[in-house]
Design a protein around this ligand. Structure first.
Ligand code: ZN
Ligand code: ZN
Length: 142
């Protein structure tokens, strides 16, 4: 049986599960994640859409999209952030902090060109995104 992890928003009105293993995981340093989350970096885990199920409070999920590629979803009762749908990639970023039992195993840092918090963990630091995800593929120093 594949492992599932339960998550919820800040108030608990919205619950979700993710099942299996993420397609990728890491940290995003982009200004959009920073501004939206009010945190210096965003720990992301990317899942195929069928691995993510909203199990409670789907009617309480609000969406904001500044760009077509990132539909940011939150609980309309508490404002707690849940996930970002990336339709262009066919992947959903469920914030690692939203699913507490999921063990975050980061592979890389993306949008490090915009960082305000340098993290010296030896992982690759992409200036923007890997080539296979439409980025420059350029890596930066930690
Ligand atoms: Zn909530
Ligand atoms: Zn970001």
């Amino acid at each position: 049986m594949e492992q599932s992890h339960k998550g919820s928003c800040f108030c608990g009105a919205v619950e979700l599960t993710v099942t299996g293993e993420p397609a990728a995981a890491g940290y995003c340093h982009c200004a959009s994640c920073r501004s939206w989350s009010a945190a210096p970096v965003n720990a992301f885990s990317l899942w195929k859409p069928d691995a993510v199920k909203v199990t409670k409070g789907a009617d309480k999920i609000g969406t904001y999209h500044k760009t077509e590629n990132s539909h940011r979803k939150f609980c309309t009762a508490c404002g707690g952030h849940l996930l970002t749908d990336h339709p262009g990639f066919g992947l959903i970023d469920v914030y690692a902090a939203t699913i507490p039992t999921y063990r975050h195993e980061p592979q890389l840092h993306v949008h490090y060109g915009e960082t305000v918090l340098r993290i010296k963990d030896g992982l690759p630091k992409m200036k923007d995104m890997p080539k296979e995800m439409g980025g420059s593929g350029i890596t930066l120093q930690e």
